[in-house]
Design a binder for this molecule. Sequence first.
Ligand code: GDP
Length: 444
Amino acid sequence: MANIVVVGAQWGDEGKGKVVDVLTPFVDLIVRYQGGNNAGHTVVIGKEKFVLHSIPSGILRPGKRGVIACGVVVDPASLLEEMAQLERRGITLQGRLVISKNAHLILPYHRLLDEADEARLGTRRIGTTARGVGPAYTDKAARIGIRAGDLLDEALFREKLQANLQLKNAILQSVYNVPPVRLEEILPAYLRFGEALAPYLRDTTILLNEALDAGASILFEGAQGTMLDVDHGTYPYITASNTTAGGASTGTGVPPTKIHGVLGVAKAYTTRVGEGPFPTEVGGELGDLLRGRGNEYGATTGRPRRCGWLDVVVLRHAMRVNGCGTLALTKLDVLDALSTVKIAVGYRYGQTVLRDFPLEDRVLAGSEPVYEEWPGWQSSTAGLRHLEELPPKARDYVERLAALTEREVSLISTGAVREETIISEGSLLTRWFPGAQSLPVSPR
Ligand code: GDP
């Protein structure tokens, strides 16, 4: 049984939710290890669309268990709402969803600080989702975070909250000129959240390691993407957690020695939400075409995503820092209409061509992508399920990507729906999950 990390190889929104959903039948547990409700993983099952924010996508498959591990930050109000929505749609969670007692909480002052700080930054803003995720991770690192398990001890929760409010209110008022938050506004609501979450709260490190010892297998569901990683991304335009594969270990307590491989998920082009560098960004009609065909609007915020060409400099970085054994390529169908498709293979900086993503903003700002141009296939790949059905030029594009990243593309997604998936026979993916060979799978 393989324990595999599914990780975004770009700036997030690569379609990880769909890929996780496709692979879920072959594992027992699906685990979120970082991020918060700033994530938005969309899964389409038949005619039904589910958008998950904190709950692992795998929960949509009957019989599978979903875990929100200690590396995630949890907004209890938002999580309970997401749970209620799933229950209303017939997805039972009792006994299937488990939340780490050590997951840090997002509190109302985190959201206020997130918003206020973005306003302070003005033109240098990060473009966060204003969900309070960054400030909650800040408190975690500052050793003043409050964890989900603390909700179960009223006296302890009150004490921690009181201490934090003194500090946060001083900052909110004097730095940001925002009205203070009162203890009585938070305490009763959060104690109710604690009661509602109590049946789901566990030591998930023990649960996961015991499950592995008993022969279970785990899919680690990454949120956001490599270029948003706090250490390996385009700092400071990043998210506050380790989105890369290493986060799967630190964010769960499952040791790296028990993880067998990493599947990188990349779109056939590139998108990014929020601010920050994006070397292959295209504007104008082409940008609009990609946005329109790819429906590139944030699942959490509805914000239009910036769109551009596939960037192999980014992908090589992602292959390296995640140790991706193989690639899943999504949204190939979005490129169907184009007469030419481009791939950035390097960045020209003065007289040199850089093959690696530069660390210095100055170098990045002074660089131009070096493109290879490939003829578009201009026929529909939408919904294709077999490699042989791909138009030859689309196949060339995929093969070129494989050559440039030195990774085999073992899954190609040709549509949002579960069955619109090509799995390459004999690929690493099918060695990890032998059952994946018999895809497409039947609907729920
Ligand atoms: P995630 O956060 O990485 O899971 O990505 P999102 O859910 O934010 O964005 C991916 C979007 O593309 C979702 O709306 C998916 O339903 C959709 N999607 C996934 N794969 C494909 C595909 O191959 N083709 C098309 N057209 N849409 C896809």
